[in-house]
Design a binder for this molecule. Structure first.
Ligand SMILES: [Zn+2]
Length: 152
């Protein structure tokens, strides 16, 4: 967009009332009249925001995954050592996951779900305010979900 008076194209333009006409002009030319408001450059993000408003569902690791894991370990009397043997993961990794210090990969979380009989993932709706249902789901659901997404 260019200034309608001098053709200047860089920087902010202003809707300006000059001698009874509303013109879109640069800062320099706007001094000749009464500025009504800034003209924002059209940005492609406007479209993207609009698309997000339709909302989409994503599957994410529960925020309280470490609580769920450590509680399940207690309940099932499985030690980190045993878990480490079963999952073929390092004890340190599992300990840190249970303490919430590191985030498990989807694969590891899936294995933890299997061994401990828990669900570590939840559906998150983006573009809507807040989460929809409190539907906790498992890694298996994610695989299904991803398959469905692929098929369209
Ligand atoms: Zn100008």
């Amino acid at each position: 967009m260019n200034c309608e008076l001098c053709g200047f194209s860089d920087g902010t333009l202003y809707r300006t009332e000059i001698e009874g006409a509303i013109l879109t002009v640069c800062g320099e030319c706007s001094k000749n009249g009464k500025v009504i408001g800034e003209v924002k450059k059209p940005e492609s993000t406007t479209k993207q925001n609009h698309q997000q408003q339709q909302g989409s569902m994503e599957i994410e690791l529960r925020l309280d995954y470490s609580n769920v894991i450590s509680k399940a370990l207690k309940d099932s009397n499985i030690s980190i050592d045993e878990l480490s043997n079963r999952l073929k993961e390092s004890r340190l990794t599992l300990k840190k996951v249970a303490e919430g210090k590191i985030t498990p990969t989807d694969e590891l979380a899936g294995k933890l779900e299997d061994v401990l009989g828990i669900s570590l993932f939840e559906k998150v709706y983006t573009g809507y305010s807040g989460n929809a249902d409190d539907g906790h789901i498992t890694f298996a659901d994610i695989v299904q979900f991803k398959d469905k997404t692929k098929q369209g």
